[in-house]
Write a protein of this length. Structure first.
Lengths: 313, 282
């Protein structure tokens, strides 16, 4: 499979290089494809065990969560609460703070750590529509005042509850993406743990999508996939190997723009080091994006997502 | 079998009445009235006895809604690739071939130019019988192209949806069709091209989290299941009985997520009226 994909990418790269349109979105695209090919050349296929290792680390109960990174990277943090209509969703944290010398908006899923009560309080990082509407409110503030938006994605998925459906879960997820597609400020999304399906993608329509080394990003959980396709949740390892949710594969498939390294053994072994690595990646992404005119930024963002997918004719 | 498999972004939504009681497809699951095929077709596949709306395939839907011979299909050459070389109990390639033979369609979505009551529009129609109407790269690509064609032609887009969600065999690519179609819709909104969404049973998960909730006007047929997560999974999570109409169009209408519930017999006239209203404002 890699062979066929690689040939197609090289072909595309050759065409794009022939275009010579300085400053256009072509250069972004060329860089992304070069990265993709590089990963293919160096990285031999990851084994089932390696992929499963990432799945386990991504869900590690001691893994740093959104607030752990905010504490270490954002100064003058002020959290903004509530969707101004119904409630404040504790599964999502949003607010303003200072990063690399300027004001930014940070939005992320938040899991609870420790005993059951704490984890339930954050609803295991599974947000209700109200949480996504809170996030949209903060995005609107950022857009109005020119603050870049940083999103931290870490959720098993949007919450599957009765009230969540009654209050429009699907529509909220779509609206959150639509809001991100309209923003005229630079946006960086980082998958820092579980990037679970619609609940994750609601925060991931960004100019740069990054994944931590051991994060996962997928259309369904390995257990869910195994139950449906193999009728056996015990086949989760096999399912994960089949749909490849790990960062290396996501980069190879051209779905993300870069991988943020983690300390040896995973982010949970050293919160400070993990935060420094995350901060460096986000800073350099924002610096690059800061060079681009706002309208052009938005045009490229949409064009980039528009281009994802593999079809034949 | 295939339709039981690939139907959701997060969880499974089985089509109504999967294997359990093996009723004939022309027997009404609600009131057990039975119809000959030609009777059902001439009544737009609505039960004359109780009003139950049977599923409608994409080609028949086109017959029902459009001015005769007005449909010019576009991008029909697109086919699914198999980017992950996916193999579960059978290979993805085999499943696609089987669905193509069964339905006579290239994938779960048809798109092209159309006329409804003499009003030009761009149309997308989905077919649930093609792998549960699941959204893979082809569905995403065709929908995005439909948005672009609507902008080029400066005509409204009418989207008739029926889908269980993401096509799992395409892994992360299927998830990425969600932001992709959202971006296509945003470009269309910017160009002030009207977008009318028709939800038919079922329209769930990935569709609901993308273009199916982003129309200027959103209408549904009666009884349409339109939830992000299916009733069974929600029940397993909350461990209590769900309301009878959980996730159905009627509940969504009550909670304010739909502009109208439209009987199938009225659908063509309603779309004609909406197209006229949007066209006259331009």
């Amino acid at each position: 499979m890699a062979g066929e994909l690689e040939l197609r990418l090289r072909d595309r790269l050759a065409k794009l290089r022939g275009l010579h349109l300085p400053g256009s979105s072509v250069s972004d695209e060329v860089r992304r494809i070069e990265q993709q090919i590089e990963v293919m050349e160096t990285g031999d296929e990851r084994s089932e065990d390696e992929i499963w290792n990432s799945v386990e680390l991504a869900r590690h109960p001691e893994r740093p969560y959104t607030l752990d990174y905010i504490e270490r990277l954002i100064s003058d943090w002020f959290e903004l609460h509530g969707d101004r209509a119904r409630m404040d969703d504790p599964a999502i944290v949003s607010g303003l703070g200072s990063f690399a010398g300027r004001t930014v908006a940070v939005i992320g899923h938040q899991k609870g750590r420790g005993d059951a009560v704490k984890r339930v309080k954050r609803n295991f990082g599974m947000a209700n529509p109200e949480g996504y509407r809170k996030a949209m409110r903060v995005m609107a503030i950022a857009d109005r005042h020119g603050f870049p938006v940083i999103t931290l994605v870490d959720t098993p998925g949007a919450y599957p509850g009765v009230a969540a459906e009654q209050h429009g879960q699907g529509g909220a997820l779509a609206a959150s993406q639509a809001t991100m597609a309209r923003l005229l400020v630079p946006t960086v999304a980082c998958v820092i743990g579980e990037g679970g399906s619609g609940g994750a993608v609601a925060f991931a329509l960004a100019d740069r999508v990054l994944m931590q080394q051991h994060a996962i990003y997928s259309v369904i959980s390995p257990e869910g996939c195994a139950t449906i396709l193999w009728r056996d949740a015990g086949q989760a390892r096999k399912a994960a190997a089949a749909f490849k949710p790990d960062a290396a594969h996501c980069l190879e498939l051209g779905v993300i723009d870069g991988i943020i390294p983690e300390p040896e053994g995973g982010a949970h072994t050293d919160f400070d080091a993990a935060a420094i690595m995350l901060g460096q990646s986000v800073r350099s992404a924002l610096e690059e994006l800061g060079q681009v005119d706002a309208g052009e930024l938005r045009r490229r963002r949409r064009a980039r997502f528009r281009s994802i997918g593999v079809v034949s004719s | 079998m295939a339709s039981r498999i690939d139907v959701s972004i997060e969880h499974k939504h089985a089509p109504p009445d999967p294997s359990g009681s093996k009723k004939h497809p022309n027997t009404c699951p609600k009131c057990s009235s039975h119809y000959r095929e030609d009777e059902l077709i001439s009544n737009l596949r609505v039960c004359a006895q109780c009003g139950y709306h049977f599923p409608v395939g994409a080609l028949e839907r086109i017959q029902q809604l459009l001015d005769s011979d007005s449909f010019i299909e576009e991008a029909k050459e697109l086919r699914s690739a198999d980017p992950l070389s996916f193999f579960d109990l059978r290979s993805y390639k085999e499943r696609i071939a089987e669905a193509e033979l069964k339905t006579g369609l290239g994938d779960a979505l048809l798109m092209g130019q159309a006329k409804i009551e003499d009003q030009d529009c761009q149309l997308t129609v989905m077919d649930f019988s093609f792998m549960g109407g699941s959204m893979g790269s082809v569905v995403g690509e065709k929908f995005a192209r439909a948005c672009e064609r609507a902008i080029e032609r400066n005509v409204p887009l009418v989207s008739v949806n029926a889908s269980g969600g993401a096509r799992m065999q395409e892994g992360i690519f299927s998830l990425m069709q969600v932001p992709k179609t959202v971006c296509a819709v945003e470009n269309m909104h910017d160009a002030r091209v009207p977008f009318i969404n028709v939800l038919t049973h079922p329209t769930t998960a990935g569709l609901l989290a993308s273009f199916a909730t982003l129309g200027d006007v959103t209408i549904a047929e009666p009884g349409t299941l339109m939830c992000f997560t299916g009733p069974r999974v929600v029940q397993q999570t909350v461990r209590e009985d769900l309301p009878d109409d959980f996730g159905r169009a009627e509940a969504n209408y009550r909670f304010g997520h739909l502009d109208a519930i439209v009987q199938r017999q009225e659908l063509r006239a309603v779309l004609g009226k909406l197209l006229r209203l949007f066209n006259h404002g331009r």
